[in-house]
Design a binder for this molecule. Structure first.
Ligand code: SF4
Length: 343
């Protein structure tokens, strides 16, 4: 790996199989970084515990599923480091030291934490639970742990969408504060690597998510995908097959065409909708074929990898060892800078 490559750090919480929104919004960006950057991608299981600490039954399988989805999508262990957060215990120790220097009000007003609480609030409303009892000490520390994830590798870039710039500011402030308190320009202040993250709605027109039962998974079969597309929301004003359609009012199917189809197909679909040459089910069948074509290679690769789980586990192990050796070096230096006692 040439020394002059900038380092990028990012990750995902292992909360289940990934959907096409993850691919279009996150993984495609990661793929574009490979080769040009020294990439570290974390399967962030500790972060999953900040809100899902009582739902760990499937955690091991979720970790494997994330690795399978990443590798099937083209995240290449030869070019990028895929690691499991909890296999790098040094991160936790760095998190403790960063936690000591982080003011309480920084944590409380951090947008990452606010987003996580919003998510919890939604779940708790559904289950009619009191949210305050669900916000754990671990969740409060989420932004500090995220800072440890990034700073331990001295990552200079973190991919974020334009609306998430404030999320990274926390880690930049922690790095700056550490450097200021200990009078050493040690931590790199991570810079945002701005990425485009097209929003893909779920088939019901809401935000796509596993818990909303409205997603199309990367691992879904072609039949499952077609069935889901048949349930997708269309133009609510088009009641009969003979009604003229309004692509601009079609909430899910038309936007999917815009994302997955080529220009000529989009023109044909628009015309056939407006003139009622296609019924919505014709339009959806065509779309299911387009989406299945788009993800066919990834799905084939995923099935192959599923037959070789030892290899996938080996990749996670090797990546975690590499991450561990880098985090160890950072931890040692942090302790020296803070004048902590070492044996
Ligand atoms: S024909 Fe297609 S684009 Fe038109 S309303 Fe139906 S699903 Fe939507």
């Amino acid at each position: 790996m040439p020394e002059n490559k900038k380092r990028i750090m990012s990750g995902m919480r292992p909360t289940g199989k990934l959907h096409i929104g993850h691919y279009m919004g996150v993984l495609r960006n990661w793929l574009s970084f490979q080769g040009d950057y020294d990439c570290f991608f974390a399967i962030a299981d500790w972060h999953a515990l900040t809100t899902k600490y009582d739902q760990t039954k499937d955690l091991k399988q979720n970790i494997i599923d994330v690795a399978l989805d990443w590798m099937a999508s083209g995240i290449d262990p030869e070019k990028s480091t895929i690691y499991l957060q909890s296999l790098v215990p040094q991160t936790a120790e760095i998190f403790v030291y960063l936690g000591m220097i982080t003011p309480q009000n920084w944590v409380e007003r951090d947008p990452t934490l606010k987003d996580m609480v919003k998510m919890l609030r939604k779940d708790s409303e559904e289950e009619k639970q009191d949210i305050s009892s669900l916000i754990s000490y671990g969740l409060l520390g989420y932004p500090v742990l995220q800072s440890a994830d990034i700073l331990q590798f001295n990552a200079s870039l973190v991919p974020v969408g334009a609306d998430q710039l404030a999320h990274l500011e926390f880690s930049r402030n922690v790095a700056r504060r550490f450097n200021h308190i200990y009078k050493k320009n040690y931590f790199t202040e991570p810079q945002p690597k701005l990425t485009e993250t097209p929003l893909i709605k779920g088939i019901d027109g809401q935000k796509m998510g596993k818990s909303y039962n409205n997603d199309i998974k990367l691992s879904d079969s072609e039949e499952e995908t077609a069935k889901k597309i048949m349930r997708a929301i269309t133009d609510r004003t088009r009641i009969k097959r003979t009604d003229l359609g309004h692509p601009e009012l079609c909430e899910v199917v038309c936007p999917y065409y815009k994302i997955f189809a080529g220009r000529e197909i989009i023109e044909l679909q628009t015309k056939n909708c407006e003139l009622a040459l296609w019924g919505c089910s014709d339009c959806k069948k065509e779309l299911a074929g387009i989406i299945n074509d788009y993800f066919r290679e990834i799905r084939t690769k995923r099935r192959e990898l599923e037959q070789n789980l030892d290899y996938v586990k080996e990749i996670i192990k090797n990546g975690s060892e590499k991450a561990e050796s880098m985090a160890s070096k950072t931890l040692k230096e942090v302790k020296e800078i803070m004048h902590l006692y070492s044996l």
